[in-house]
Design a protein around this ligand. Sequence first.
Ligand code: ADP
Ligand code: ASP
Ligand code: MG
Length: 464
Amino acid sequence: MLTMKFGGTSVGDVLRLQEVVSIVKTFLPEEPVIVASAMSGVTNILLDSAQRAVERNSDAVARNVQTLRDKHLAIAHALVHDDNRKARLIAQQEVLIDELANLFHGVALLKELSPRSLDAIASFGEILSCNQISAILEESGIPAQAIDARTIIRTDDHFGEAAVDFAVTNRLVSDLLVPLVGRKIVPVVTGFIAGTEDGLTTTLGRSGSDYTGSIVGAAVDSGEIWIWTDVDGVMSADPRSIKNAAVLPELSYREAAEMSYFGAKVIHPKTMVPAIEKNIPIRIKNTFNPGAPGTLISTKTQSTASVVKTVTSIDNLSIISIEGNGMVGVPGISARIFSALARMRVNVMMISQASSEHNVCIVVPKSDCERAVKELRNEFEIDIAKKIIDDIGVQEPMSIVAVVGEGMRGTWGIAGKTFDAVARAHVNIVAIAQGSSELNISFLVEQKEAAAAVQAVHDAFYIG
Ligand code: ADP
Ligand code: ASP
Ligand code: MG
């Protein structure tokens, strides 16, 4: 079997969808299993509409619902010609859009928008998308069936970014999908969405369809997992900001995980987890250029001229610094900081501690900063009163810049070359990660300087 995940841009318009059909046709002998995202832009429209609904901006909601209806029905009209099939698809999509409009109405009435409601709303993008992909495949003579992943991917109820129960999921996926493939039917599985034991809708986090691709691919014992997107593969930096970014032919799982964790949007960081477990290679391919070899992600890594493979950055971060002369030598401060943040489920991106120990810096997503600081102030209330801790300060918006490559740490001079390049670009480094893994050097800069830092480091390793 060959699991192929198609991203939002790959299923985002008539031409792309025709390309998807041609790709599926080409790989039919490999027994494809398809995982698909919502059409590009649709998840954002859904989440924006939910926000407008809770603000009771009914005009904006109505406009968005109309956009969604038009966008999907236009695909049905352009690509499905058999009268019965077309009528069936349009009816299906209309029911979903009406249901969605009702949900927005409910949100507006209650003036309440919980993460649980957001997941329920976001799930419509992938469901609408897979309905149409399966109809379009059928239209070109490929037996296909849309599969709602809420019935096969089981998670906990941490809405917005739920954790997968692999034991149950693997069983459900293989029980349901493998027999379909055996009957020469191509399953078209919704990416991104999943369900709890009680049947509630969850999501795997933004860009989570890549992860679905890998979960499904591993569960059906796929030979490879292919992620079809809109670039020729994983590149040495984000091609939107670095013009001379180069495609990387090969990466190790660890390199791919590390760079995606630090902002390379091309693949979701969790995608590597199920694939590593079964040693399944992942290939990143371009639907706009299917002949290109793409990037192969596996246990191997290719040694390039430079041990540095990629330079990435992640924006919208805050640095929280906890300072105080009284902190020196007091045991347990770090443990209390991390317990407080864990209680709030705040994701700590980077930690740095001055050797004098009177300052601990933690980098967190800007969206989590306010509640993190509140919890830390509670935790250290007495220590602040006793002047053991002087202050809890915040600086934002910040960015982490990460330089990633297997074997980098063992190679002399990489850190020197990195920091020298940043200094020559006149960018101030606010903090350097402590104890980051041996394949990554990461540091914090002000967000407005991040692009210059990335460009400087990229130039130093790829041109200099
Ligand atoms: P999809 O809709 O297929 O999931 P995404 O928009 O999520 O696509 O991811 C692909 C985009 O990721 C590319 O268009 C590119 O702009 C961006 N990107 C960021 N960093 C990198 C990188 N290092 N290599 C390749 N693409 C990158
Ligand atoms: N549609 C979802 C998103 O936009 C998931 C995905 O595309 O991977 O985040
Ligand atoms: Mg993506």
